[in-house]
Design a protein around this ligand. Structure first.
Ligand code: ATP
Length: 462
């Protein structure tokens, strides 16, 4: 049944009251994008943006009651439908026989979807095409990424980028995501590492929410799936979910971007049917940055530092670190940290060489008294977790988090290799260290408390 003028009046009143009583942000986020579908038999059906909005709506009974009494002279209860949880079946159930209503409902759903900012894109907003330095080793991948941003879902689908660790694959993925969000802030973009995908699937399966999982992953405009070499060959269910996700997205013309440390043909962890699909679009690689690219990257990144790092020192760093861009960033941070701890406004080659001594030795050497032990101690005190637990096998949340922060800082400030850091934490595997580093780096982009914690820890390390 189409809305009557009374229903519309009721809805206007709900909006008026909400605007008056709620903070502007809450009103704009929760109430404004919602839509009244119908008021029947004392029940107002409301289409809301996502399941996450349900709890908020549950708290608005007073508002609804007041508006209902004012307009209808009797109470109404509410029933909410989240646009992200409505499977096709549920949508069918919501529909009546009236074809007009079906169209209206679909229209409503569509318009709520269009208005839905996808808060959970997990795309790092700081990684863009603008701050990606082009070089011989990444030119093709960069060109492909730009082309995909320009014509998502058509030109190269999927786009598969492979290459060594720290060469800029994830950066390019984020850049594609940010570009799409720039064009359409409501685009359904999702970044997930293979590990995120597996975790999301397992959590959904455990909580009986596989439909939600499907609705999220199969309704995207852009899926950015990182490090596909990490899918476990034995996780049959997750892999078939990935297969169906891929098919669903591909069929509806959504763009898929994948990265890996090796080309699709060398992925032994995934079935042939999936691997062959990965090769349907364009496969391109990124190779190690050459000297000129390393210099250009250092020049760009040093612009944001308070410490003055002259050209010859940058040239020295570019000459010392020829492995990958992550190591290069680590080395620059290290030089900057050395300068700060020694109260130097400007660094020279001698200081840079002292700062980088650890990387060359590749094992914990004292640097301004900075050692692995010191970082572990300070982190342990900060999070009130024993060092023995951090390097031990316990996996509870607090301990695991402190361990991840400590690994992150050791990597960031001492630029030790991943296996060396694993060794300092009871012989953990390098992939665990990499996961910790990536997780904390990712969180640092959004979690202000973590940023504060890391700053405080760094202060104590000086
Ligand atoms: N060409 C580049 N210009 C600017 N920054 C870059 C470039 N290449 C890489 N970086 C930076 O280097 C760091 C590591 O890059 P990124 O995380 O994209 O590597 P990756 O290839 O995805 O590595 P992994 O396989 O380990 O996940 C990031 O901070 C990224 O912004």
């Amino acid at each position: 049944m189409p809305l009557t003028s009374e229903d519309k009046q009721f809805w206007n009143r709900v909006n008026e009251l909400a605007k008056k009583h709620l903070k502007a942000q809450a009103y704009e986020f929760f109430i404004e994008p919602s839509q009244l579908l119908s008021v029947e038999k004392g029940v107002a059906s409301i289409l809301i943006v996502s399941q996450m909005h349900k709890d908020f709506w549950k708290g608005q009974t007073d508002l609804i009651r007041t508006a209902a009494f004012e307009v209808f002279g009797e109470p109404v209860s509410i029933k909410t439908y989240a646009s992200d949880e409505l499977s096709t079946d549920e949508l069918e159930k919501l529909k009546t026989d009236d074809i007009q209503e079906i169209n209206e409902l679909e229209h409503d759903l569509q318009s709520v979807r269009e208005k839905t900012p996808v808060a959970q894109t997990k795309v790092n907003p700081n990684k863009s095409f603008e701050n990606f330095i082009q070089g011989d080793g990444n030119q093709l991948a960069l060109g492909a990424a730009i082309a995909v941003s320009d014509s998502p879902g058509s030109i190269y689908n999927p786009l598969f980028i492979h290459g060594g660790s720290g060469f800029g694959k994830t950066h390019l993925m984020y850049a594609i995501g940010n570009e799409m969000l720039k064009d359409n802030p409501y685009a359904r973009v999702m970044y997930a590492s293979a590990e995120n995908f597996v975790n999301d699937y397992v959590t959904a399966a455990t909580n009986g929410k596989l439909k939600d999982f499907e609705n999220t992953y199969r309704n995207l405009d852009l899926l950015l799936l990182d490090d596909v070499q990490f899918f476990n060959p034995e996780q049959e269910k997750t892999k078939s979910e990935l297969f169906y996700t891929f098919n669903a997205l591909y069929e509806k013309g959504a763009q898929i971007v994948l990265t890996s440390d090796r080309p699709p043909t060398e992925l032994n962890n995934l079935e042939d049917r999936l691997v062959s699909r990965f090769g349907w679009g364009l496969t391109t690689d990124i190779t190690a940055p050459d000297y000129e690219t390393r210099m250009a990257i250092l020049m760009k990144k040093s612009e944001h530092l308070a410490t003055e790092i002259p050209q010859e020192v940058l040239a020295y760093i570019a000459g010392q670190i020829d492995s990958n861009v992550r190591e290069l960033e680590g080395a620059l941070n290290l030089v900057d940290f050395y300068a700060k701890t020694n109260k130097m406004q400007k660094v020279d080659i001698d200081a840079a060489s002292k700062a980088l001594r650890n990387i060359q030795n590749n094992h914990a050497q004292p640097l301004n008294n900075l050692t692995v032990k010191k970082i572990q101690d300070v982190v342990s005190k900060h999070y009130m977790v024993a060092v023995s637990d951090m390097i031990g096998i316990k996996r509870n949340k607090e301990i695991a988090f402190a361990r991840q922060v400590a690994m992150f800082l050791i990597r960031d400030l001492m630029a030790l290799s991943l296996p060396a850091i694993g060794g300092e934490f009871g012989g953990r595997d390098h992939t665990t260290v990499m996961h910790s580093y990536n997780k904390i780096s990712e969180l640092m982009n959004t979690d202000q408390q973590l940023q504060k914690d890391i700053d405080q820890i760094k202060q104590k390390l000086k």
